[in-house]
Design a protein around this ligand. Sequence first.
Ligand code: NI
Length: 256
Amino acid sequence: MIDTHTHLNEPRFVEDLFVVRDRARDAGIERLIVVGYTLATSREALRVAKQTGDGAAVGIHPHDAAEATPEALETIRDLASSPPVVAIGETGLDFHYDHSPRETQIDRFRAHIRLAKACGLPLIMHCREAYEELYTVLVEEDAREAGGVVHCFWGTAEDARLIVDLGFYLGVGGGVTFPKSEELRQTLLTVPRNRILLETDCPYMAPLPYRGKRNEPAYLPYVAERLAQLYDAPVEKVVEETKENAFRCFPRLQRL
Ligand code: NI
């Protein structure tokens, strides 16, 4: 299994990083991506990924869009040339929290897309209550060339269709196991299975039966199992398919 979205670069993993990574391996997680969301955590993602032999993503989250100045993105570009980096992100739009002005978010999201295209790397995107705007920017910036994933996808079937038709993948995490996520599960049934990626988004979004606890990559099998149940397919099949999808989305991950 591939955990395509982790924050093992968070302080909550400092004390037991290698124990967590070993538990993940025991649970069948072959490889994972450590995702940065500020300049500092992008550096940290790279450091952790080098230590654990995993992939890293470097970028500045829409929450901190103001931090993504041209100078900061120049540094992100430098970091992106290091071998463990497999993607640019996380970037995107968050109109739920609005921690940064929307105009700034859109401007910096565009800058990330241009950077991803220049680096030949796929995007890891965060989107909350901004699917229409996200789609518009992806089209305007011709982001198909970069490719990538909308992580922790939680949109409508129409949002899913538009994003998938542009050539992007959808990340599925712990949310799919929650009892109240029936709408999301029904939406996922409309998505081609070769476009789905597994992720934990740890330490957030722990799946049942760990909901509310610190999430970690070793819990990814609960997501795979819930998806298999939804598809009425063997879990081994879902594991195999999503792994192939992850390597297709993040070609550099396979070469690590
Ligand atoms: Ni994240």
